[in-house]
Ligand binder design. Structure first.
Ligand SMILES: Nc1ncnc2c1ncn2[C@@H]1O[C@H](COP(=O)(O)OP(=O)(O)OP(=O)(O)O)[C@@H](O)[C@H]1O
Ligand SMILES: [Mg+2]
Length: 291
């Protein structure tokens, strides 16, 4: 093939495959609709604004936007794993296939936890067990420490099981000893999810309770800028009469809090809300802390 010259660019070659007109790009744009999460109180927090006649009206999306990649972040024991397990069980119960990449806990322990989540949600685990495909990067050093191998494994799973939903618990485990690579790891994961049209939840761990529910909290290593949206989970000990007053709880209790820290694909609630973990181990998103 004849090699084109681009003298105006000083010899550097433009990437013509990266250029689309708006119209061309639109042909490939996915339709916006909600994906239910199985987490009570969460699906109602996402909406779109539509034109009806000459008025703009807010319409609930009924879940997180399809094909979005969300980051769930918070310190230890805030309910992140419970939330992604509920999501996986809920989608599996609808007949969908979910890839669950476990990075912290071996697959046999995760499956026991998924079974408990299903029981609490009133879903027969036997009927959904093969809808969730576990990728055990906790037990496989090769997968945990070698991103191309992990992505090749996930691509295989997506193709062979017709997977539309991916969970990673947690992405932090994939850059444990190389935190300066956090953004590049998450970006590669994000691009992969987009390429394969996955709706995905990434868990990321927050090291300290500092800046608990702020944008700073939303992703630790600036992951928030890469993904489509972030949910921040926090817990707080009521250790002053000031906190007792704002959270309307007695001193000595622990409150759990939740906030959606941005979503670029649709409108969303942005209030700080109470989060509760029921005795059966289900996360429920409750009222805002102030109305
Ligand atoms: N029946 C239950 N089953 C499981 N967890 C429960 C149950 N009831 C309450 N919990 C609470 O849920 C917490 C577990 O939350 P989860 O495992 O989702 O935390 P996490 O945010 O993923 O933490 P980490 O970052 O350490 O993985 C427990 O520490 C416990 O306080
Ligand atoms: Mg966890």
């Amino acid at each position: 093939m004849e090699k084109k010259e681009y003298p105006a660019f000083g010899g550097a070659e433009p990437d013509l495959k990266a250029i689309y007109t708006g119209g061309e790009a639109l042909k490939k744009a996915p339709k916006l609709y909600g994906v239910s999460t199985g987490i009570q109180g969460l699906d109602e927090l996402f909406f779109v604004v539509e034109k009806q006649g000459d008025k703009l009206v807010k319409k609930p999306l009924g879940g997180i936007p399809a094909y979005s990649v969300f980051n769930l972040t918070g310190v230890s024991d805030t309910g992140k794993s419970l939330m992604v397990e509920q999501f996986a069980v809920n989608q599996a119960s609808k007949g969908e296939k979910v890839a669950f990449i476990t990075v912290e806990t071996p697959a046999n322990f995760v499956v026991a936890s998924l079974k408990l989540r299903a029981a609490a949600m009133g879903i027969e685990f036997d009927s959904i067990q093969d809808h969730i495909i576990l990728i055990d990067a906790a037990s496989s050093t090769r997968l945990r420490e070698n991103l191309p191998d992990l992505l090749a494994t996930l691509a295989y799973v997506i193709q062979n099981y017709k997977v539309k939903f991916t969970v990673i618990d947690s992405v932090t485990g994939l850059f444990e000893t190389k935190e300066m690579l956090a953004r590049s790891v998450v970006r590669r994961l994000f691009n992969f999810m987009k390429k394969w049209y996955q709706t995905a939840l990434f868990v990321s761990q927050k090291r300290s309770g500092h800046e608990e529910l702020t944008a700073e909290a939303a992703g630790g290593y600036a992951i928030g800028h890469i993904v489509d949206g972030t949910m921040v989970l926090a817990k707080e000990l009521i250790d002053s009469s000031y906190k007792a007053k704002i959270y309307k709880r007695p001193i000595g209790e622990v409150v759990r809090l939740f906030r959606i820290d941005g979503c670029r694909m649709c409108g969303h609630d942005s209030k700080v809300r109470f989060l509760e973990i029921t005795e059966e181990g289900l996360v429920v998103i409750k009222d805002p802390i102030s109305k």
